[in-house]
Design a binder for this molecule. Structure first.
Ligand code: ADP
Length: 492
């Protein structure tokens, strides 16, 4: 359960539902307010026009009545509507005869005189709140007004919208028309809208929530199966691959990238395993020899010379093991980048001359000549002198080892644009084409029929050192003719 709340599926759904809830609430509020404002505006416009219609209709009645008055020869004051009992009668007559007109259905009409007394009132207006003193004063000042009041109309409590407007005659308020309409239809409509929105909103959110969970589940389903497979992958089981979904999305890309990583790790594990096997194998030979020699020595009491010879032979094997351990340690350190080159200014020509001087004796013993003509101009590098010495010593040592009597090793240095190229060319036994690509691999030696006493680590060490200095090593060879190594190192 705890993991469900933390799952991407849950987080996406919650975020999605929350954003939707916010949007829908905003939308519903705006919709409700617009509909409500629209309905009330319509009602106000209707009331206004009805009030105008009532005033006009009463006026028509009044004018007809006036004809009778004029015909009767009465004075013109009698024609003024204000505080005129005749007018009150006309108004009452109009209300009695016309207020039941279907066009006025649902509209309550009241006519007030300028003292605030009701002079006429439609039947359905019984009980409508009488105009308040305060409101009456504003209307008498010539201002129309809208009010919303709760009234007991015909024994029903209703909320009414009331429009009160003065009718002006000779710049004076002659009488006041009040029309009202119950707001219940609008309130019912708005209530219905509210209910619909209140019910729809949670239903929509719930439905989208469920859809969201399902959608996220479907989308993330490959991730679940990927997790299951990943659980099964172990160092021994690196061949296992993730199923790549054909979704052309980030999940497919993730699965592909993960499989590529598995391939890389698989290769690394394989070479690590190979390395362990090679190391065990290399250790086994000298240890077996040592064991054999000691066992033979212990079979009987021997002379001091015999013991000395045996100990010398044992020491040779021990030296071999020590050299192997040393080479492996150096490689491991170079690999782990733990051994950062102790960089200093190195004069390449001077350094190579020094190495050649050191190994000259060994070459002479084998009857091999080494030539090195120091070119004019300095070739300065920024590098670890000890490591660089090991690099060139390993290559030169090989050249001496694999070049027969009377052979020649030519060493030369050359400046290219931004690198120094050192070439070591021998006239030795050469390396067959099929092997040249592998001579830099760890423990790789050419077939055992060759007189090889190395471990096959010298060139891998040389390569690692060159790379640690940002350089490269290349080898080219022709069987029985010789081999050329070219070391390129960036110049200072
Ligand atoms: P090793 O210690 O066996 O010499 P290296 O890594 O230095 O190991 O060399 C790998 C193999 O490459 C050697 O076993 C050898 O067969 C071959 N090799 C290296 N240098 C030369 C060379 N100059 N001429 C011929 N073969 C060479």
């Amino acid at each position: 359960m705890k993991t469900l709340f933390k799952s991407i599926r849950f987080k996406i759904t919650i975020l999605y539902v929350a954003i939707l809830a916010l949007t829908l609430t905003l939308f519903s509020t705006i919709l409700y307010h617009n509909v409500s404002a629209g309905l009330y505006n319509n009602m106000d416009t209707l009331l206004k026009s009805k009030a105008g219609g009532v005033a006009q209709a009463i006026n028509t009645y009044w004018q007809t009545a006036n004809l009778e008055v004029t015909e009767a020869g009465l004075k013109p004051e009698a024609l003024i509507k204000r505080r005129n009992t005749n007018f009150a009668k006309v108004a009452q007559r109009w209300v009695k005869e016309e207020s039941n007109d279907p066009r006025l259905l649902d509209i309550l009409v009241q006519i007030f005189d300028t003292d605030g007394n009701i002079i006429a009132s439609s039947k359905n207006a019984q009980g409508l709140t009488e105009i308040s003193r305060k409101n009456f004063i504003t209307v008498l000042q010539g201002k129309s007004r809208f009010d919303t009041v709760s009234s007991q109309v015909q024994s029903n409590r209703m909320t009414m919208r009331i429009y009160t407007t003065p009718v002006i005659e000779n710049e004076k308020v002659a009488y006041i028309v009040q029309v009202a309409s119950p707001l219940d239809s609008i309130q019912i409509a708005l209530n219905n809208l509210r209910i619909v929105l209140f019910i729809l909103l949670p239903i929509t959110l719930f439905a989208t929530g469920i859809m969201g969970v399902l959608l996220a589940k479907v989308t993330l389903h490959p991730v679940d199966s990927m997790i299951k497979t990943i659980h099964q992958i172990t160092a021994e089981n690196m061949a296992l691959k993730l199923k790549v979904p054909d979704t052309k999305d980030e999940i497919q890309h993730l699965a592909e990238t993960f499989n590529e990583m598995l391939d890389r790790l698989g290769r690394a594990f394989k070479s690590q395993k190979q390395l362990f096997e090679d190391i065990s194998h290399e250790l086994k030979t000298p240890l077996t020899i040592l064991k054999g020699e000691f066992e033979v020595a212990l079979t009987k009491v021997r002379s001091a010379d015999e013991y000395e010879a045996m100990l010398k032979s044992a020491l040779e094997e021990i030296n071999r093991i020590a050299k192997l351990a040393e080479s492996l340690l150096l490689l491991a350190r170079l690999d782990s980048k733990e051994m950062t080159p102790q960089k200093m200014d190195v004069d390449l020509n001077l350094m190579i001359k020094g190495i050649i001087n050191n190994i000259k004796g060994l070459a002479e013993l084998k009857g091999v000549r080494i030539s090195f003509e120091i070119p004019t101009g300095e070739l300065s590098l920024h590098g670890d002198e000890n490591q660089l010495k090991t690099l060139f010593l390993n290559i030169l040592d090989n050249a001496i080892k694999y070049t027969p009597h009377n052979g020649l090793i030519e060493v030369s240095t050359k400046r290219a644009t931004s690198v120094a190229n050192v070439s070591i060319k021998d006239t030795g036994i050469g390396i067959p084409g099929e092997d040249i690509g592998r001579i830099f691999d760890r423990f790789y030696r050419l077939d055992t029929s060759r007189d090889s006493i190395g471990f096959g680590l010298g060139l891998s060490i040389a390569k690692s050192i060159a790379e640690a200095h940002g350089g490269t090593i290349r080898a080219s060879s022709e069987a029985a003719k010789g081999t050329t190594f070219i070391v390129s190192l960036p110049l200072y």
